[in-house]
Every structure is written in C-alpha cells, then in structure tokens.
Design a protein around this ligand. Structure first.
Ligand code: SF4
Length: 214
C-alpha cells in the first residue's frame, strides 16, 4: 500500500486555520518528544498537553517521565512567556498490560505497538472531545521507531467533526533532531527504552550483550 504523506496533510491543515488559533490536545509520551512540537505549534494553537501512558513499566519510570514532562512545561512557559497547560490521566498499568499481553511475544513495531498507540490515543480523543477541544494529536510520530501511517490512521478513525485529528508526522522537517537539541538545552532526562515491560526487558538483554562484548 502506498504511504500517505501526512506531513503534507498537516501543512495543508495549518494553511486552512491560519487566521484562527484553535485549541489542541497534544497527547505526549514524554518531555523530550514534546519539545520541538510545542515549539513549532505554540503560535498556531492553544495547546494543552495530555500525559496518558499506562504502558510504562515500572512505576518509578512512569513517574520519572511524567515529572520530567511537567517540569519541562513549567520551565518552557517561564522561558517563552507561554501558557501551555499540562494534565495527566490516571496510571492504570494492570488494565493496560492485560490488553497488551495478548501480543507479548510480538516484536517491537508489530501488533502490540499498534494496540498501544490505539489505547493511548483513544484516551486522548475522549478527553479532547469531552472538553471541547477543536483538535487532538500525539507526539508519538516524532520517533523514528514509531509507525506514522498507523498513528494517523488511528487518529482519523477516532476523530469526529467536533474534535478533529491533526494529521502529523512530527519527525519530518528534522523534527526528531530538533527535539533532541531542545531536550538537551533543557537538560531533560531521556529514557533508553520505549516504555512497556517487553521493551524494558529487551533493553536489559541488549545492555547485557553489550557488556559481554566489551
Ligand atoms: S514497544 Fe513501545 S509502542 Fe510498542 S507496546 Fe511497548 S511501549 Fe507500546
């Protein structure tokens, strides 16, 4: 199937709304991934960040990423005289893992990840719709490891006329590199695995292999 250029869709949507400043709920997986996105969208949207990531294991890591995001937004607002809000969903890892566990043996990038995007994006959409946001989207596509085609398909599928999906492929236009630069300027903690217990265990195996080789 031919890939859709979602970055182009994003640029076209920005053109359509250039004389207004709609509200946007931005689902964020962590501080570093949100950096360049808020920097590039802050003049175009009234942004609220939504932290909903019950996929993260263990709980210490969840709270570390969450706290880092909240601290970053505070520091960013202070530095840029902006008023970006950040809200958090409940942490419910048991419910989440019950659902992801079906695909526990599937390697990263497969069905487990599709479901993981979907579960988090459903929560973001519901929150956005309940609170009358004009648009919602997610930081997930900034990562070179995430499937932007899937993310945009899910986003579009969930969206309604009242809460539109903001098409995006935030890694484009050097988005990933720019986010690394801003994260480093703010001295943000950057995790070395995606989030779930499966990616955590994979990271430990990789670390052990590296240590044996050295
Ligand atoms: S590897 Fe990442 S995207 Fe995939 S299921 Fe785990 S946390 Fe979710």
């Amino acid at each position: 199937m031919e890939k859709i250029n979602y970055h182009q869709n994003f640029l076209e949507e920005l053109e359509k709304i250039k004389s207004s400043k709609p509200s946007l709920l931005l689902h964020a997986c962590c501080g570093p991934c949100s950096t360049n996105i808020i920097d590039s969208l802050k003049e175009r949207f009234e942004i609220t960040i939504y932290f909903s990531n019950s996929n993260i294991y263990p709980s210490e890591e969840y709270y570390r990423r969450k706290d880092e995001l909240f601290d970053f937004i505070g520091a960013y607002n202070h530095k840029n005289n902006t008023n970006i809000h950040v809200v958090s969903d409940a942490y419910e890892p048991e419910i989440f893992m019950c659902q992801l566990g079906v695909y526990g043996n599937v390697k990263e990038g497969g069905k487990r990840c599709y479901l993981c995007y979907q579960l988090r994006m459903e929560k973001a959409y519901k929150y956005a719709n309940r609170n009358n946001f004009d648009y919602y989207t997610t930081t997930l596509s900034v990562s070179p490891h995430k499937n932007s085609q899937w993310i945009n398909q899910i986003g579009e599928m969930l969206a309604t006329k009242n809460t539109k999906w903001l098409f995006s492929d935030f890694k484009k236009d050097n988005g990933y590199q720019k986010s690394c630069t801003i994260a480093s300027d703010f001295n943000l903690y950057r995790q070395n695995y995606c989030g779930c217990i499966y990616s955590y265990e994979q990271m430990l195996v990789y670390k052990e292999q590296k240590a044996t080789e050295e």
